[in-house]
Design a protein around this ligand. Sequence first.
Ligand code: VGL
Ligand code: ZN
Length: 203
Amino acid sequence: MKALIMVDVQNDFLPGGALEVPEGDRVIPVLNRIQDRFDLVVATQDWHPEGHSSFASQHPGKKAFEKIDWKGHPQMLWPDHCIQGSRGAEISDRLDTKRVEAIFRKGTDREVDSYSGFYDNHHQRSTALADYLRGKGIDRVFIGGLALDVCVYFTALDSIKEGFETTLIEDAAQGLDEKAIKNALQKIQDAGGRVVSAIQENF
Ligand code: VGL
Ligand code: ZN
């Protein structure tokens, strides 16, 4: 059984948003078109409390997109984004969500960032997404959304680690940084995942 995970297709990651992914909106028609090829469709949603520790605004003298050491862990600082209940945190209303059976929220702990839809960045807290998928009989996971080099990437790596046959749908994802995107695509394949294009592949 095949599941599609649509990662963080939220207003703040779309053009005009607080942490916009260039051409991030290109993923929307692709995700809308392919959903009916899957047995199950789920979404993730970045969902931070105000004053989240990943926000540059919480670190005086630091700027967004700077890397710092935060309590012994490397942390990239971001502009304030996806604040719980805000318009920016809403899943885009251009994304078809009729078939979305569950939405997994992440980044809710003020002190820990969470890129993957499965676990926080310290791999300490689970969202229960893996158990949810297993409970639905899913063995193959397909992933698209935003941002390819951040949350899509870490979601794909965890999906592989959880034992799902994992495929990143390249044209259903967009990233922030060219070099990081290349690295992400390579690392996913090195870890045993596949990278395909929705145009070429009929899943
Ligand atoms: C994301 C940076 C910070 C993402 C979330 O969804 O890719 N990126 N929080
Ligand atoms: Zn975030």
